[in-house]
Design a protein around this ligand. Structure first.
Ligand code: P6P
Length: 308
C-alpha cells in the first residue's frame, strides 16, 4: 500500500497527512541526489560552520532547502526549527498550525563515504490561537503529534510514529513512491546490540564506563556514526544506543528538539524508551532550540539498568 493511500485508509488528520507527504516528497528528491552525489558535485563542505560550529556539508544545505520548500508547499506548516538554521523558518499561511523541528541530514560525516545517513522530524501542533514565536517550537517531546525519520541507504525507508502506531515504508525508486513494508512495529523484547563511540570511553565518568563494560559482556557492538541508522537497526533487531555526556561534552552531543525527541517518541510508541540517563526525554522541558542532551535509547529493560 502506498503511503498516500495508507494515510487516507488509516484516517490520518488531513493536515498531518500533508506534512508527512511533504517529508516523503523531499526524501525522494534527496535520495536521488545522494545516489548521484559526486556526479552532481554534491560531495564535501560548503566551507561554512553552522550554529553548532559544525562543518556544513553541501548536502546539509540542499536537504534543508528541499524540506523547507516542501513544507511551504504543503501550506500546513507554520514554523520549522532546524539544525542548520540559527533561527526558525516561518511560513505565513492562514490555516497552518503544524510546528516542525528537523535534522534534515543526520550523519553528515558519512555523506562522502557511502554510509547510511538520514533525516529526522518532530511534529507538533500550535495551540489554539497561539501567537507564534521561537518559543512555540520549545514544546515537550510528549506533546508531539507524530515523528518520522528517513534512512538513505541500500534501500531508503521512512518510519512514522503517531497515535496509530509505528509503520515503515520502503521507497520504490522505479515509481517514486513509499510502500508500506512493516506495520505496528515494536522493538523486539530481546536486546541484541549496543551502540556507543568507544573513542570517547576515556572521557566518560566511572559509572558510564562500568555500564558499558557490562553491555560489552552481553551484547554485540554496532556503531555506524549516523544516529538514525543505528536507531533504525536497534528498533528492528533490538538494541540500545548511548551518547552519554563526557568531559568534552558536558551536555552530550545530540540535540534534544530534532534528534532525541523525535526518536524517543518513536521508541516509546514501539515499546522502548529514550532517556538522558535519569529522565524520560519526552518529559524534559526544552530551554533552547539547539540544546544538547545525553541520549540513551532502545530496549527499556536495558536502558533502565544503565547507571550514569
Ligand atoms: P561521533 C552525526 O554527526 C551525529 O550527529 C549522529 O548522527 C551520530 O550518532 C553522532 O553525531 C556521531 O558522533 O562523536 O560518534 O562521531
Amino acid at each position: 500500500m502506498e503511503l498516500k493511500k495508507f494515510l487516507d485508509y488509516s484516517k490520518f488528520d488531513s493536515g498531518l497527512a500533508s506534512v508527512l507527504t511533504a517529508i516523503s516528497q523531499g526524501s525522494i528528491l534527496i535520495q536521488k541526489k545522494i545516489s548521484r552525489l559526486s556526479l552532481e558535485n554534491l560531495e564535501g563542505s560548503t566551507g561554512t560552520k553552522n550554529i553548532q560550529n559544525e562543518d556544513v556539508k553541501k548536502l546539509d544545505i540542499l536537504a534543508n532547502n528541499i524540506f523547507l520548500e516542501k513544507f511551504k508547499e504543503s501550506e500546513n506548516v507554520a514554523m520549522v526549527g532546524c539544525e542548520e538554521l540559527e533561527n526558525p523558518e516561518t511560513f505565513n499561511h492562514s490555516i497552518s498550525n503544524f510546528l516542525i523541528n528537523m535534522d534534515p541530514l543526520d550523519g553528515s560525516s558519512n555523506i562522502d563515504v557511502g554510509v547510511n545517513i538520514g533525516s529526522i522530524f518532530g511534529i507538533w501542533h500550535a495551540k489554539e490561537n497561539e501567537k507564534l514565536s521561537e518559543n512555540s517550537l520549545l514544546k515537550a517531546g510528549r506533546e508531539q503529534i507524530a515523528s518520522a525519520y528517513v534512512v538513505y541507504g541500500s534501500s531508503t525507508v521512512m518510519v512514522i510514529a503517531s497515535q496509530k502506531g509505528v509503520q515503515c515504508f520502503i521507497l520504490d525508486t522505479q515509481n517514486n513512491a513509499f510502500i508500506l513494508s512493516k506495520s505496528n512495529i515494536t522493538i523486539p523484547g530481546k536486546c541484541k546490540y549496543y551502540s556507543v563511540n568507544y573513542g570517547n570511553f576515556q572521557y566518560f565518568n566511572t559509572n558510564i564506563q562500568n555500564s558499558i563494560a557490562k553491555l560489552q559482556k552481553t551484547y554485540s557492538l554496532r556503531y555506524i556514526g549516523s544516529l538514525v541508522a543505528d536507531f533504525h537497526r536497534n528498533l528492528l533487531e533490538g538494541g540500545v544506543f548511548l551518547y552519554p555526556k563526557d568531559s568534552k561534552n558536558p551536555n552530550g552531543k545530540l540535540r534534544l528538539m530534532y534528534e532525541a525527541n523525535p526518536l524517543s517518541f518513536i521508541a516509546e510508541r514501539a515499546g522502548g524508551i529514550g532517556t538522558n540517563g535519569s529522565n524520560n526525554i519526552l518529559d524534559i522541558k526544552p530551554k533552547t532550540l539547539h540544546e544538547r542532551i545525553p541520549l540513551f535509547i532502545g530496549n527499556s529493560n536495558v536502558i533502565e539498568n544503565i547507571l550514569i
